[in-house]
Ligand binder design. Structure first.
Ligand SMILES: C[S@@+](CC[C@H](N)C(=O)[O-])C[C@H]1O[C@@H](n2cnc3c(N)ncnc32)[C@H](O)[C@@H]1O
Length: 354
């Protein structure tokens, strides 16, 4: 391992580029994103992390079981070990690391479906010509596929199911902190607008036995919510409402939670969704809008949101936002800020109706 002494905890690719390299050469470090995602995808597609769940195995053995070419498989496994999700324990034998557990099927905390979604060819295409977005401001996805992302999903059920499964695992760093810090028990009835299969509503209800709620999403998405509610043991307190949130959001809830959804849309479209939420709130002064999304930092500060913002631009024509942008959007729909979270991470922004 190379690098400064305080890098001693850093392993795999992260430790690879010596800090003493001339700055211009360290730019090459940015290329590893393609190499590592590219190599990990077949490893995950072949289910190697699941096959290693019981302990280390040789590349030859794994190739026999998966019907892969032994040499080519060894080389992607060796690359996976270089990323830190596998460890080469003996010559041509591999074990899962703690990080690699995240690529197993059906284990708590797995992000396997998120990985398969993020590395899917559908999600690479917009990046083949991001310049289109930069020149026009329009999503490169629409240019590549001739339709919007959500129209594409509606026409391709396999891709839609992949997306919905990935969203069930949509636990970016910061999500748990939000659930731990925010007191959802202030509310009896919670609506999760654009809540996918109800994964986060289920989480809130499981943590707060006094709450009931509804997940409001497209019909084909909420059709899967019942199973998620049953899996989490909250089916008696949760309902699924099929809706187009540009047309209407159900009335009668104390809190309207909307997570990782407004960033999918331009200010114009996000404003339409918030206006529907404001209509649903009506004259209830104590009802609250709870937005969970990135809260961008100012110029020069490190922020993962500044990277995910590009995904929003390329795929959906959406954007990540700073406090001023969120407040402006909320104000236009009739909401005023009711809390002041720190920027630089996922945040829960609370707004009250005005
Ligand atoms: C990025 S996902 C976020 C899902 C979930 N809130 C989470 O945090 O994982 C955005 C959600 O918006 C939903 N959505 C998109 N268009 C919609 C529409 N017109 N009406 C209702 N929901 C919609 C999608 O089906 C999807 O579940």
């Amino acid at each position: 391992m190379h690098g400064a002494e305080d890098d001693s905890e850093v392993t795999g690719v992260l430790s690879w580029f010596p800090v003493e390299l001339p700055p211009a050469q360290r730019v090459i470090g940015l290329f590893v994103g393609k190499w590592t995602i590219g190599a990990l995808r077949p490893v995950v597609q072949l289910g190697i992390p699941d096959l290693l769940a019981e302990g280390p195995r040789t590349a030859t053995d794994l190739a026999q079981q998966t019907g892969a070419d032994a040499d080519a498989l060894y080389r992607v496994l060796r690359c996976a070990a270089a990323t830190g999700v596998l460890a080469e324990t003996a010559e041509r034998a591999f074990a899962l690391t703690a990080a690699g557990q995240g690529l197993r099927t059906g284990v708590e905390g797995s992000v396997r479906d998120m990985f398969l979604f993020a590395s899917d060819p559908m999600m690479w295409r917009p990046y083949e010509n991001l310049l289109h977005s930069v020149r026009t401001g329009a999503p490169a996805f629409d240019d590549a596929f001739g339709e919007t992302f959500f129209d594409h999903l509606r026409a391709h059920p396999g891709s839609a199911a992949l997306f919905d499964r990935a969203m069930v695992q949509n636990h970016y760093p910061g999500t748990d902190r939000i659930f731990e810090r925010f007191d959802f028990s202030r509310f009896r009835r919670i609506a999760d607008v654009g809540g996918g299969r109800g994964q986060f509503l289920a989480e809130v209800l499981a943590r707060h036995p006094g709450c009931t709620g509804a997940v409001c999403d497209q019909p084909q998405v909420v059709a899967e919510a019942k199973a998620e509610f049953e899996r989490r043991g909250v089916a008696d307190r949760a309902t699924a409402v099929a809706t187009d949130f540009f047309a209407s959001v159900p009335a009668g809830y104390d809190a309207y939670f909307i997570k990782h959804t407004l960033h999918n849309w331009s200010d114009h479209d996000a404003g339409r969704i918030l206006t529907r939420v404001r209509e649903a709130v009506g004259t209830r002064e104590d009802a609250r809008l709870l937005i969970v999304d990135a809260l961008l930092t100012g110029p020069g500060a490190w922020d993962l949101g500044k990277l995910t913002d590009i995904e929003m631009m390329a795929v959906l024509g959406g954007r990540e936002r700073d406090r001023e942008e969120w407040n402006r959007l909320a104000a236009a729909a009739g909401f005023a800020p009711a809390n002041d979270p720190a920027p630089g991470d996922l945040a829960l922004l609370e707004y009250r109706p005005v």
